[in-house]
Design a protein around this ligand. Structure first.
Ligand code: MG
Length: 248
């Protein structure tokens, strides 16, 4: 049921937003950000999708990690042997993208693959092609979406990804009409950006685009996103968001 707040704000009847676990479901026992466990946990609690981050090492191996560095090693300029021997807080080692996709292929939820912004645009182009190929190899093409802050990576994913994969832009400096013209599936902007530009939600929908908002962890912010008609909410607290949605 639409809330009184949404009615007061004049919002159109919206779909229930879908829950996306940010860096997997890591804020739970035995898990860790971007670990294999985090994607399994996101799936096990019924998240619509699980988001994760990808870097390419100096020897061109795709690995899953958020930060540009791990234990002081810069991923982009370090060999894969060193990076893959680094341990996460839950005892797992940094996974390769291949290991991650293999795990995802046995699950039900969608995946949201973020290519981090590299120092080298050429590395990003190579990474986009290899990621799309590998996602296809593991049979995940129809349940994968791509996100990027780098405009070059965003447009490269639009060119490379097969139909059925949504490509979303993260930086917040394009209005919905620009995203539409570039061939994107939607905007994937921060809560701060969307609170500055709530009108972009209706603009995006009018253009046939979808809207994801990140990273929404507080209950009142979750309710703001729900009442304003977000299609997806990316959160570190997927079970809290699920409980709010279930009470609606
Ligand atoms: Mg990310």
């Amino acid at each position: 049921m639409i809330s009184a707040l949404a009615l007061a704000a004049g919002c159109a009847l919206a779909q229930t937003p879908k829950v996306v676990a940010h860096r997997g479901y890591w804020n739970t026992e035995g898990s860790s950000q971007n670990s294999i466990r985090s994607i399994v946990k996101a799936d096990s609690v019924g998240c619509y999708a699980s988001e994760f981050d990808v870097w390419m090492t100096a020897d061109s191996v795709l690995v899953v990690n958020h930060d540009a560095t791990i234990n002081g090693h810069i991923i982009e300029t370090t060999d894969s042997k060193t990076i893959l021997s680094q341990q996460l807080s839950n005892g797992e080692f940094v996974p390769t993208l291949e290991q991650y996709l293999k795990a995802a292929s046995g699950l039900k939820s969608r995946i949201v693959c973020e290519l981090k912004t590299h120092d080298s645009r050429a590395t990003e182009q190579m990474a986009v092609k290899e990621i799309v190929d590998m996602v296809g190899k593991y049979g995940l093409a129809d349940r994968t979406d791509y996100i990027a802050f780098s405009p070059e990576a965003f447009t490269a994913f639009i060119k490379a990804a097969p139909k059925g994969c949504g490509v979303y832009y993260l930086t917040g400096d394009y209005v919905p009409a620009q995203i539409k013209a570039m061939g994107g599936a939607g905007i994937d902007y921060s809560l701060r950006t969307m609170k500055r530009h709530p009108e972009w939600i209706e603009e995006a929908h009018a253009l046939g685009l979808l809207v994801n908002i990140w990273t929404v962890n507080a209950e009142d912010d979750m309710r703001w996103c729900i009442d304003h008609g977000a299609d997806f909410i990316t959160t570190n607290e997927p079970e809290l968001l699920q409980s709010i949605l279930n009470d609606k």
